[in-house]
Ligand binder design. Sequence first.
Ligand SMILES: NC(=O)C1=CN([C@@H]2O[C@H](COP(=O)(O)OP(=O)(O)OC[C@H]3O[C@@H](n4cnc5c(N)ncnc54)[C@H](OP(=O)(O)O)[C@@H]3O)[C@@H](O)[C@H]2O)C=CC1
Ligand SMILES: N[C@@H](CC=O)C(=O)O
Length: 457
Amino acid sequence: MTIEKKGSVRVAILGLGTVGGGVYKTIQNNRETIRKRTGYEVEVTAILVRDLEKERLLDIDLALLTQNPEDVLNGELDVLIEVMGGLEPANTVISQALRSGRHVITANKELMAKHGAELLAIAEEHGAHLLFEASVAGGIPVIRMLQGYLTANRVKGISGILNGTCNYILTEMARTGREYAEILEDAKALGYAEADPTSDVEGYDAAYKLAILTNLAYDAKIDLRQIEREGITALQAADLELADRHGYAIKLIGSARESQGGLQLSVRPRLLPKSHPLANINDVFNAVTIQADVVGELTFSGRGAGEFPTASAVIEDLTALLTGESAIRRPVWKRIVNEGVYEPNTQPGAWYVSYCCRPEAAQQIEVEWLSAMLTQRAFVASREAVQLADGAVRQSWLVGGVGEQEVRVSLQWLYKTGAEATTAVLLPVEGEIEPGVEWRQPVSSLVEETDSVRHVL
Ligand SMILES: NC(=O)C1=CN([C@@H]2O[C@H](COP(=O)(O)OP(=O)(O)OC[C@H]3O[C@@H](n4cnc5c(N)ncnc54)[C@H](OP(=O)(O)O)[C@@H]3O)[C@@H](O)[C@H]2O)C=CC1
Ligand SMILES: N[C@@H](CC=O)C(=O)O
């Protein structure tokens, strides 16, 4: 369906929170620019909210607000903007709007990752468009790039920092030494985190975004269970400091790599050499690198969360509909690329391992654990340790030459020796590492003091 009345587009918004507020304000503030560039006056006809009594910190005609989705669907409507989140009622209302031929714009990554294939099929069947630029990487136009530009290229891989909340938290942990739970409160106040921030810090949000990018790039229908997923909650500020001393930054990386006829999909914290382009993407910024067969490597970066970066993506979807509806390629999400679920990687690689123990046990545990690793052909590239404010020692190693499974087995052994099992961390390290530490050398008792953290080794 095309927009009915030339020169005016009637828009309803589901949700008036961080993103909805940004969308409403942008429509008001940039009304003239949008009109000049598209030829359309944008008219907001209804806004769905959960709580009519809530104080709204924006200048708005309260008569537009409703709690009833039927008021929205049965009212004057050309384009529905869904920025309320969650699976229901979003899924039902969007399906109904598409079935009535209305175009829909959504920022809802969970919905797109779980039901995007069905919703896109409904849109196609009813001649409507479903656009979702804001669902991945906030203001970065990466969906447009995959959907509208890279049509002749074959994508070989995608990797990136896809969650603004986690990147903000990791950046602040490294910068200030504060722990993640405290910084998460700041991320919530800044409007970066999801309504349930577990989705951010446990890596679900990044996994939804990775699934959306992968589906677009490969015309695929990824089962979210195929994505190996690990969040940032096991990391301590000491890990960020230790990684820095090894010469690395820790980033939550979403990655889709072609492997053995399928795709290796993962979201997990990784150590990136400081020279790596993604190692220097900080704060709420996201970055996405796409490897394609003709163009090579493309990297995009920008603010990945927050009111206006996300509103920008939503409004750019709206203006795309107003200026070039017929030029928008309809994505097909059908191809099954992997059978079964993720298989753990057994290839030799490079790993960061850290755990906490009491200082008196540190040396013995290190020698015994390294002996166990070395019987499995591992080598040690570097080791660092810090003493924490409570007196415990966090020891860390970069080891190579073994697969992840072997390191995990050695960690099981380690737990039995008295290290605090809940504090062990095992992360992949990007790039090549080489033996650099003579493991038989005893742990030095040298202690450097800096502020509340004392450095051992
Ligand atoms: N925040 C960000 O930086 C980004 C968010 N997104 C996505 O955008 C969407 C919205 O996020 P955000 O703005 O942060 O969320 P908020 O929690 O700030 O806002 C949600 C809004 O939706 C309304 N709402 C929620 N559930 C219902 C319901 N069942 N019925 C009616 N109204 C409802 C709420 O109403 P009320 O005000 O009455 O409570 C509120 O206005 C989510 O899908 C999120 O994943 C995408 C990219 C970035
Ligand atoms: N909670 C998300 C918001 C944007 O998608 C994030 O932090 O990236």
